[in-house]
Write a protein that binds this ligand. Structure first.
Ligand code: PGA
Length: 225
């Protein structure tokens, strides 16, 4: 797998801003030896997908969560069926903000992984030190091998205090002991000034704040091209 750089917009932007982001990113970013994906919230995905296609841009699409349930009577949920025609490549699952504000459990996340895999969407399972083993324990053995794991230390998310790269390297080894030789990416205050060092110890990065402005994100990508 090529190293992966994901822009997680969280619950930011409207449709016009999302389209403008793709156009601006496309006009600045150079071709890179990485896979670059963008994770808009669900209502923005059709517009982002259309912009990517019409520009022949290399960006891939990710979602920020998925329903634990298949298509059916689950009011308010977004099932894999709902997005099956939208060329979604990745699903960020079990982000700490989903666990904190929406009370998602390890078992919910395991069910989301099954849903994603049923539609050939690569799950990106977010974990922190305290529960990386507990999360691994409830994943099906064969599914675990098909995941990307994102190491996301809570204190580093949105704080400007990225975790030191030595600790990240050590925790990635622990993750591989639990999940097998899967790709592991790092997330937490990644910026243009630190991305290069995280890419030396991981299979990629998940970028929140520094992905919101298309210039900032394109420059971050160009800086490691
Ligand atoms: P941040 O967010 O880059 O703003 O710290 C990262 C994340 O939530 O994964």
């Amino acid at each position: 797998m090529k190293q992966l750089i994901i822009a997680n917009w969280k619950a930011q932007k409207n449709t016009e801003e999302a389209k403008h982001w793709v156009e601006t990113f496309h006009s600045i970013a150079t071709t890179v030896p990485f896979t670059i994906a963008v994770a808009p919230s669900f209502p923005l995905i059709p517009a982002v997908s259309e912009a990517i296609e019409s520009l022949h841009c290399y960006l891939k699409l990710a979602v920020q969560t998925l329903s634990s349930y298949p298509a059916g009577s689950y009011t308010g949920a977004v099932s894999v069926k709902n997005i099956e025609t939208l060329a979604v490549a990745y699903a960020i699952l079990g982000h700490s903000e989903r666990r904190q504000y929406f009370h998602e459990t390890h078992s919910d996340v395991a069910k989301q992984v099954e849903q994603a895999l049923s539609e050939n969407i690569t799950p990106i399972v977010c974990v922190d030190k305290e529960y990386l083993v507990a999360q691994a324990n409830v994943l099906d053995e064969s599914s675990k091998k098909r995941c990307v794991v994102a190491y996301e230390p809570l204190a580093a998310i949105g704080s400007g205090q990225a975790e030191d790269v030595g600790t990240v390297k050590r925790i990635i080894e622990q993750i591989r002991n639990e999940y097998g030789q899967v790709p592991v990416i790092y997330g937490g205050s990644v910026s243009q000034s630190n991305i290069a060092e995280y890419l030396t110890v991981s299979d990629g990065v998940l970028v929140g704040s520094a992905s919101l402005d298309p210039h900032t994100f394109a420059e971050l990508v160009n800086s490691v091209a």
